[in-house]
Write a protein that binds this ligand. Structure first.
Ligand code: AMP
Ligand code: GLY
Length: 422
């Protein structure tokens, strides 16, 4: 079996690791693999956003399964191209990926399907956006509708700040992504990430997880791609997960299908668990990073089998994932300056790892035998343990022991869960 992974971040390293566990005899290829993926994984020197070249390469190299990690190639139609070239692919069409690539599309779809989410309006005119902001009042959230690398949502604590933000977006501060803005009501609660494998109709959920989006401890400072995660999440009971499935995931998949855009791939529901129940913050059309690095090490059944079932069209019936009865805590190590501009080329040293620890690489490269930093988020340290507290302590200790110049990480990943357990 020949498997291609499109993407080279921490999420893709975790996908590679899990698929390799599932199919040790397979041959693996990845686009420009990072320093941790490279050993034993063949590099393909094509950007995943070059959808024509990459799908041509995959067809020519008789790939049996292509797994697309990031959202941008999906929005550009990589999965459509691969399918057209006869390559089985795990990843949605560009049309169904609009659930992530157009927040306006996602909000209208949810409104039509009666899925709980924040009240909102979509605007292309700054004065009209301002008028709606006045009626909502602060706090209020202003979002660029298009893809903005996780930086397109601004939680505004004052009306004038929100009006300025909407105006800046519409004037082009986010490029085309901000040509439409979504203004929505602020939701109070705790966030939860729910990953569902979907085959166009049916879906199965993986373990719920929680991300840590802010750079600073105690969830302070600017938003990042994600500084850490843990799974499972104590408050995400079976009853809550059933409610999320029935009131959110199922109706959204149905609405996509009825609109002629059946979603096959990974549907990521980003939720706010409010006093009135779970509501959608956003949908993503792919696995989350760094939640994947926490969720996959707990998946005790195969990931490859359901992915193949989705990619080859046989469907998810009969595929029910199983999970280890343990906890995973993932701490991200970032380069100095991240999420702003950051340095590269610092030498990384990783000490011998205790059992139950996985170090997934993101922004790393090998340079004449040395492992060096090459991106903002550099490594993700996942510790798996029967005890959540132990997993948390080990993840932090290993994050502390790994060295590179300018290393920064949050030592408080999982703090909400830890406080709940007191
Ligand atoms: P998004 O890009 O839509 O995922 O938003 C990024 C982050 O902004 C989310 O993870 C939340 O922390 C926050 N956020 C977005 N929308 C809302 C909302 N309506 N209410 C409260 N927080 C929000
Ligand atoms: N961890 C958030 C994301 O992947 O979008």
């Amino acid at each position: 079996m020949r498997i291609l992974i499109a993407g080279n971040g921490g999420r893709e390293h975790a996908l590679l690791w899990k698929l390799r566990e599932d199919a040790p005899g397979a041959t693996f290829h990845a686009t420009r693999p990072n320093g941790g993926m490279a050993p034993g994984c063949h590099g393909v020197d094509i950007s995943p956003t070059d959808v024509v070249a990459l799908s041509g390469w995959a067809a020519g190299n008789r790939i049996d399964l292509a797994v697309v990690g990031p959202e941008t190639p999906l929005a550009l139609g990589l999965a459509d191209r691969l399918r057209k070239s006869g390559v089985p692919v795990f990843g949605p069409s560009a049309a169904s990926a609009r659930i992530e690539s157009s927040k306006a599309f996602a909000k209208d779809l949810m409104a039509g399907a009666g899925v709980p989410t924040a009240a909102y309006e979509v605007h292309t005119d700054a004065d009209e956006a301002a008028a709606y902001i006045e009626t909502v009042g602060a706090p209020v959230v202003v979002k660029a509708s298009g893809l903005a690398a996780g930086k397109g949502a601004v939680v505004c604590m004052a009306v004038d700040e929100a009006v300025r933000t909407a105006r800046r977006m519409l004037e082009g501060s986010f490029g085309d992504a901000g040509s439409q803005v979504v203004v929505e009501e602020f939701m109070e609660g705790e966030e939860l990430s729910v990953f569902c494998l979907a085959d166009g109709e049916d879906f199965v959920a993986l373990l719920p997880s929680q991300d840590h989006k802010r750079i600073g401890e105690g969830d302070t400072g600017p938003n990042t791609g994600g500084m850490g995660a843990y799974a499972p999440v104590g408050f995400a009971s079976d009853a809550l997960m059933d409610e999320v499935g029935a009131s959110i995931v199922a109706p959204v998949l149905r609405a996509l299908g009825e609109g002629g855009n059946p979603f096959s791939g990974l549907l990521y529901a980003g939720l706010m668990i409010t006093a009135e129940g779970p509501k959608v913050v956003e949908f993503n059309c792919r696995f989350g990073d760094p939640e994947t690095q926490a969720v996959l090490p707990l998946l005790s059944s195969s990931l490859l089998e359901p992915m193949l079932a989705v990619a080859e069209g046989s469907g998810l019936a009969g595929h029910r994932p199983a999970f280890a009865g343990a906890a995973a805590v993932t701490t991200v190590l970032a380069a100095s300056g991240y999420p702003g501009s950051y340095g590269k080329g610092a030498t990384i040293s990783i000490p011998p790892l205790p059992s139950g620890v996985h170090v997934f690489h993101a922004g790393t490269a090998r340079q004449s035998g040395r492992l060096v930093t090459s991106g903002g988020r550099v490594l993700a340290v996942t510790a798996v343990n029967a005890s959540f507290e132990r997993a948390r302590a080990v993840s932090r200790a290993v994050a502390d022991a790994i060295t590179f110049e300018g290393k920064q990480f949050r030592a408080d990943i999982g703090w909400r869960e830890a406080e709940r357990r007191l």
